[in-house]
Design a protein around this ligand. Structure first.
Ligand code: COI
Length: 354
């Protein structure tokens, strides 16, 4: 448990906020003034502190650097018309962080530590939450093993941190993806369902090969036979087929996306038929060719709802219907944006004000 949640705070002498052009924010390159840090040592979380965002000393023998013993989360905060910070589903991210942590042999992070550190950090850097359309404050909590030991074993020491980043869109245009049938993101029994840094590291090379051919991302398939669609590199993937919302059922090789879950909940509330099941590459390609597949989109925190414009498979590009015709994904995007920004009712209690 957390001994006492007292956070030692060292504020910046001078904020950097005036250097930021909020009308043109890239994704993931600008950081707010402060960051949060806590240590896990001798079986407890301690040394809660907020300090100026910046470089930090780290042992060269840290296992996170050698073996990728690191996990993370992605969340977003928005500003409502009253200027309050609205954080979208943070408790779901907290739960998933601990699911990832268990797989990576990390100690659980108490809810109180997660929520209070988040709230204190957001409070301090509240002015950095953009209120421009399409922009938000991206929140990156992460845990890495911090032993000074290069043998392989479950670590004893860990560091938990939160950094904040005003962001614009992750994808600025509809996305082109290629179905990957050689490389594998996650195998059965692996860490695919965990938000482990290593999953992303292993995906960079295959994605780079696709990017060299003009695609933005991959559409990963199962590691066994490359027969079924799993997810895309930075988001879950969803399809409207004959009016039904279809998405790959969760498994140990698919990340349980919180945006994915939000889309499913909204679709069910609207009375749409929803199927979480296996979807084969064959079904997808035939469905695009016959016109049954009317919408394909990614769902993720960073990506939000990202229209997929075309799918490459076996050296052929399959085009999807124009974005303007995509009734469901445009509606769900608008609904989610409205809820996140406090402009629409929040029937599921997703928003936490900080
Ligand atoms: C997120 O959507 O929060 C992610 O973690 C994707 C990331 C790799 C940018």
């Amino acid at each position: 448990m957390v001994e006492t949640m007292k956070i030692a705070t060292e504020r910046v002498k001078k904020s950097r906020i005036s250097e930021v052009d909020f009308s043109n924010i890239p994704f993931g390159k600008i950081y707010t003034d402060h960051m949060f840090m806590a240590d896990y040592k001798n079986g407890e979380w301690k040394n809660f502190r907020i300090m100026p965002y910046g470089y930090m000393p780290i042992s060269p023998a840290t296992p996170a650097l050698h073996y990728g013993q690191a996990i993370f989360e992605g969340m977003k905060a928005y500003k409502n018309p009253e200027g309050e910070a609205l954080v979208f589903r943070p408790l779901d991210n907290w739960k998933r962080l601990n699911i990832s942590g268990e797989r990576l042999c990390m100690p659980p992070l108490p809810e109180e530590l997660f929520m209070e550190s988040l709230s204190a950090l957001i409070d301090l850097d509240r002015a950095w939450i953009p209120d421009t359309a399409g922009a938000s404050l991206y929140i990156r909590p992460f845990i890495f093993s911090a032993d000074e030991y290069i043998g392989i074993k479950p670590s004893d020491d860990f560091t938990f941190m939160i950094i904040l980043c005003p962001v614009g869109s992750y994808y600025s245009t509809p996305v082109k993806v290629r179905i990957e049938t050689h490389y594998t993101r996650a195998a059965q029994g692996g860490t695919g369902y965990a938000k482990a840094g290593g999953n992303y590291a292993a995906a960079i090379y295959p994605a780079k090969l696709a990017q060299a051919k003009g695609y933005h991302q991959l559409l990963w398939t199962d590691g066994k036979n490359h027969e079924y669609i799993e997810e895309s590199g930075t988001m879950n993937v969803m399809f409207v087929i004959d009016g039904t919302l279809v998405t790959p059922a969760l498994s140990d090789s698919i990340l349980a996306g919180i945006t994915r879950d939000s889309v499913l909940q909204l679709a069910r509330k609207w009375g749409m038929k929803v199927e979480e099941r296996k979807i084969s590459v064959k079904e997808l390609i035939e469905g695009i060719e016959s016109g049954k597949v009317t919408e394909v989109f990614g769902a993720g925190t960073a990506a939000t709802i990202a229209h997929i414009e075309l799918i490459g498979y076996n050296d052929k590009d399959y085009y999807l219907p124009p974005v303007e015709q995509r009734t469901f994904s445009n509606k769900v995007y608008a609904e989610l944006e409205g809820i996140k920004r406090g402009q629409k009712p929040d029937p599921f209690g997703w928003i936490v004000k900080m």
